[in-house]
Design a protein around this ligand. Structure first.
Ligand SMILES: CCCCCCCCCCCC(=O)SCCNC(=O)CCNC(=O)[C@H](O)C(C)(C)COP(=O)(O)OP(=O)(O)OC[C@H]1O[C@@H](n2cnc3c(N)ncnc32)[C@H](O)[C@@H]1OP(=O)(O)O
Length: 199
């Protein structure tokens, strides 16, 4: 296998699709913020205020409850402007990252974005609402392959973007080792845990 194909976002043939974790929120339930300071999903100044729910991915056979998917909504506000009256592309990518990033935790522990590819298919005016839908396409070892689409103003509105991403599962040590201590302490980590993780 070449280096390029090893890092591709194409779902490997031997990937599987596990079920939602029994303790994960159920279909239709709101997904709570994964960190109270997250600029993606928490209600904090300067955030994108994404709201997400567990969706029902009916899968190939159309069976209800099969698969793992997330539905998200984001208001496109004036402060997201790039071109005059239009969303900055980085905000659309942030929206995709947040929606895509809510999928794997329905199955496993924390994951982080390793790679994110976005196709900007149509301009997104400020003052609109983005509706996103992401699904789990396959899992191989620690790798979670996900894809998403974004539509304007309703769940079946015009398609404005699509994305594919790879999330890699990490353990708590990832955050303890790399995160700023005061933010880790704010979510309950002790100074001793942080010191131990950093060696
Ligand atoms: C307190 C709780 C709060 C919970 C908080 C939850 C936070 C969620 C936040 C939302 C999402 C984000 O914004 S996350 C923020 C943005 N992302 C990041 O900061 C991640 C920075 N990158 C990293 O830390 C690292 O590169 C990792 C963890 C992604 C991978 O490092 P690693 O753990 O050493 O693993 P590594 O062996 O390199 O890679 C594992 C497998 O993935 C593949 N792989 C790795 N990177 C890539 C890549 N870019 N493109 C393709 N493939 C890749 C490798 O080839 C390998 O495949 P194979 O050999 O197995 O085939």
């Amino acid at each position: 296998m070449t280096q390029a194909s090893a890092r591709s976002l194409d779902v490997p043939a031997d990937a599987t699709i596990p079920s939602r974790h029994p303790k994960a929120p159920g279909v239709g339930e709101r997904i709570p913020p994964h960190n109270p300071a997250c600029r993606g999903c928490a209600d904090v100044p300067g955030g994108i205020h994404m709201e997400s729910w567990v969706d029902d991915d009916r899968g190939e056979g159309g069976d209800p409850g099969v698969g793992v998917a997330v539905r998200s909504r984001m208001a496109v506000t004036d402060d997201m402007q790039g071109g005059p009256g239009l969303i900055h592309g980085g905000y659309l990518m942030a929206a995709f990252d947040e929606c895509l990033g809510s999928v794997a935790p329905l199955v496993t522990r924390s994951c982080v974005t390793a790679r994110l590819e976005t196709d900007f298919r149509a301009p997104v005016p400020v003052g609109t609402t983005l509706w996103l839908r992401a699904r789990l396409d396959g899992v191989l070892r620690r790798k979670y392959f996900v894809s998403a689409e974004a539509r304007l103003d309703s769940e079946d509105g015009p398609l404005v973007g699509t994305a594919r991403a790879l999330f890699v599962q990490v353990d708590l040590q990832h955050f303890l080792r790399h995160g700023r201590a005061e933010d880790l302490e704010a979510i309950g980590a002790s100074a001793e845990q942080i010191r131990a993780a950093r060696g």
